[in-house]
Ligand binder design. Structure first.
Ligand code: ZN
Ligand code: ZN
Length: 251
């Protein structure tokens, strides 16, 4: 049986901790005694996340909320388990919330040819989905422009395309941006790139540009190393490269 473990824990700032799983990443944000979890890893991640919270000098009960960037298993699978351990409230965009609640059948991504082997590999690395997953008892629904009460006011930025209800989270007071899978960093060379395995690729490209336009210093992705300095410029350069590459593609 595959068990879910953390493969790495990295403190990015005194307030921000990266939790890395075999597939995907989650983040802990600290406001004094109160914590927020952004994404929650796959099924089985509840206990490893609780261990990482304790290791940071907190109790699972200190985590007041779990904000999910989208419904995919590698981000939302552990949300119900961790919420039960400490009583955190779970948030997701209203268009992804039904999948997080297990109320609707999840749509499959529309894969580019080059993505197929990577998708198969990622699926193989994920722990098998439990027959009876621990779902959150309730999911609070978010919309574009909502402001959550952490990080000095965390603004929800709709970033559809990867999934319909994908969101970014912007903490303007701290220059921190969580992108979910709307943006990624390549596991090969760390290059910032459009997230893969999208439902609507063109929409995802537009969302990438929307997130790149924000004034972020630190950008935290669902996959790959965060950018911890001058993130906005790095994202904008990646957006320009994308546009240039698209212009060169044969019609
Ligand atoms: Zn992901
Ligand atoms: Zn995803």
């Amino acid at each position: 049986m595959t068990t879910t473990t953390l493969t790495d824990i990295i403190d990015l700032t005194p307030r921000l901790r990266l939790l890395r799983f075999t597939v995907g990443q989650a983040y802990l944000w600290r406001d004094g005694a109160e914590l927020t979890l952004v994404d929650a890893g796959p099924a089985g991640a509840g206990q490893p996340i609780a261990d990482a919270v304790r290791d940071w000098g907190h109790a699972p009960e200190d985590v007041r909320r779990i904000v999910l960037t989208h419904f995919h298993e590698d981000h939302a699978g552990g949300a119900g388990e961790f919420a039960r351990l400490g009583g955190a409230e779970v948030y997701a965009h209203r268009l992804d919330a039904p999948f997080v609640r297990g109320e609707a059948t999840e749509p499959e991504p529309v894969l580019e040819d080059w993505e197929r082997p990577f998708f198969a590999q990622a699926q193989a690395q994920l722990p098998p989905r439990p027959a009876h997953p621990v779902l959150p008892s309730s999911v609070k629904e978010l919309a574009d422009g909502d402001v959550l009460d952490f990080g000095g006011g965390a603004r929800v930025v709709a970033a559809p395309g990867h999934t319909d209800g994908s969101i970014g989270l912007e903490l303007p007071q701290h220059g921190v941006l969580f992108t979910g899978d709307a943006v990624a960093a390549s596991p090969v060379d760390g290059q910032v790139m459009l997230g893969v395995f999208n439902l609507h690729r063109e929409q995802a490209v537009a969302s990438f540009r929307r997130l790149a336009a924000l004034d972020s210093e630190v950008a935290c992705f669902g996959h790959g190393d965060p950018v911890t300095d001058g993130a906005a410029a790095v994202l904008r350069a990646a957006a320009v490269l994308r546009a240039a590459a698209a212009a060169c593609e044969p019609a």
